[in-house]
Design a binder for this molecule. Structure first.
Ligand code: ADP
Ligand code: MG
Length: 247
């Protein structure tokens, strides 16, 4: 397999903050249609890695190729437009708008809330909203004010807002934090569904959840990759038990 077959090819990626290498010559490849989970102790550099991929933080060195195009020189909005969606840890939905409106403003034609609210809701957009709402389990909540949703439903809505842009790579940072057991199960099913048409990178701490969703697991430690492979192999790796799973 040549590097150009990967949806994402990260090579020798480094970022230093005042001389401290939060990401240190990291190389990582993600396949088309793969759901990769990244685990590792606090401070390992997991969130920083997503910040680099989505352009929020600029690399000090190395390369990030998405579908064979270099991303490290692009602005955040150009990276979004090329097909990478990223969900942050805290949901950023519009609490006083309905679920429908939240999805509508996320349709790529819209330019922020006001631009998007101004355009007429065409049948195409409406169909897309209904499709996404069904996918995230909120089909019967379209008229509900987003602020009234449960914590889990808010997280799903934000995933739905990203899906409106139909990204080929979707990145989620700790998506089940604060969710109930039932919401976690439903989220695992949701991620499996979403992954049928795209690749995903998920950062997560809950090992039962990781086992359920991961195709492959990457363990990070001190800005580097400590181990990588299927969950059953990684969780029996003495290095991984030593720095992470043993605690
Ligand atoms: P994780 O998500 O794995 O817990 P982070 O990526 O948040 O870890 O952080 C990795 C390290 O980089 C931490 O030591 C953190 O303090 C440091 N760090 C992250 N962002 C910055 C920044 N903007 N400036 C300085 N240090 C940072
Ligand atoms: Mg983090």
């Amino acid at each position: 397999m040549s590097n150009s077959d990967f949806v994402l090819a990260i090579e020798d990626l480094t970022v230093s903050f005042d001389g401290f290498k939060a990401i240190d010559a990291l190389t990582l490849y993600v396949d088309k249609g793969e759901l990769r989970v990244i685990i590792g102790p606090n401070g390992a550099g997991k969130t920083t890695l997503l910040d680099l991929i989505c352009g929020k933080t600029k690399a000090s060195g190395g390369s990030i190729k998405f579908k064979n195009n270099e991303m490290t020189k692009l602005a955040e909005h150009q990276i979004v437009r090329s097909g990478i969606g990223r969900k942050f840890q805290t949901p950023s939905i519009y609490e006083n708008l309905s679920v429908f409106k939240n999805l509508e403003v996320s349709f790529p034609r819209g330019r922020g809330v006001f631009g998007a609210l101004a355009f007429k809701c065409t049948d195409d957009v409406k169909a897309r909203i209904e499709e996404v709402a069904a996918e995230i389990g909120l089909a019967d909540q379209l008229n509900t004010e987003a602020g009234l949703l449960s914590h889990g439903q808010k997280q799903w809505l934000e995933i739905g807002m990203l899906l409106m842009q139909d990204p080929e790579l979707l990145m989620l940072d700790e998506p089940i934090a604060g969710m109930s057991v039932r919401e976690r199960e439903l989220t695992a099913e949701l991620l499996e569904r979403i992954c049928r048409n795209r690749s995903m990178i998920v950062i997560e701490h809950d090992m039962d959840f990781v086992k359920k969703i991961a195709h492959k697991v990457t363990v990070m430690h001190q800005g580097k990759i400590l181990a990588e492979g299927p969950m059953d192999k990684v969780q029996n790796d003495p290095k991984v038990i030593d720095v992470y799973l043993g605690h």
